[in-house]
Design a protein around this ligand. Sequence first.
Ligand code: FPP
Length: 235
Amino acid sequence: MPRHVAIVMDGNGRWARRRFMPRVFGHKFGMETVVRVIDDCAARGIEYLTVYAFSSENWKRPDEEVSGLMNLVLVGVSKYLTRLAKNGVRIKVMGDRSAVSEKVRQAWNEAEELTRDNRGLTLTVAFNYGGRWDIVQACKRALADGVSAADLSEESLSRYLALAHAPDPDLFIRTGGEVRVSNFLLWQLAYAEFYFTDCLWPDFDATEMDRAIAAFAGRDRRFGGVKTDPNEATA
Ligand code: FPP
């Protein structure tokens, strides 16, 4: 079982279009899916779930869709926060909060504050997040802290990355049929196993998660080492 699952939740727009509905309708159903997947992951004993809800590049979408996604944060927090908090979920938000509205910032702050001492699944929502942004902000904060070139290392820098509160993801899932990373967790995915599915995010369910986890379980993770074959004769 992976400890940490990271998901690019793609396909909401196409899911909505197939129903002759606006794209935001797909995102709304996508949010319901996130809530179900949180419960499912917690029940499986997965400790960390990280989801890509809004990328640094998503500002390029039509105004109506951007404001629909922002509104969804407010709706989602008011509709689900109490339940998630009661279920022990600890919520973290990572991304550049300076560019989002005061209302959205407050909603995220409230979600983090209310759940900060929870010991269940840690849900990290990537919002106005980009992997390159993350690496640059980590460097800036390390420099501001006086970390010298001599002290800079993979370990010292990773303390400044937005996902410093979690181990690196073991399993990366992307729904919606595209086969790319799209500037998600560039540093942290170094040794993740990748799983891609054509399933559109609003349709992602426990059976789809079973498939992803079965694929993960069948992989031979070597982290750059060599394969150890139990049948190989030892000299
Ligand atoms: C990608 O699908 C999805 C997004 C850009 C938004 C993801 C957001 C949610 C699932 C809602 C959850 C929100 C919160 C606040 C937790 P797409 O629009 O690119 O789909 P397409 O490829 O079919 O066009």
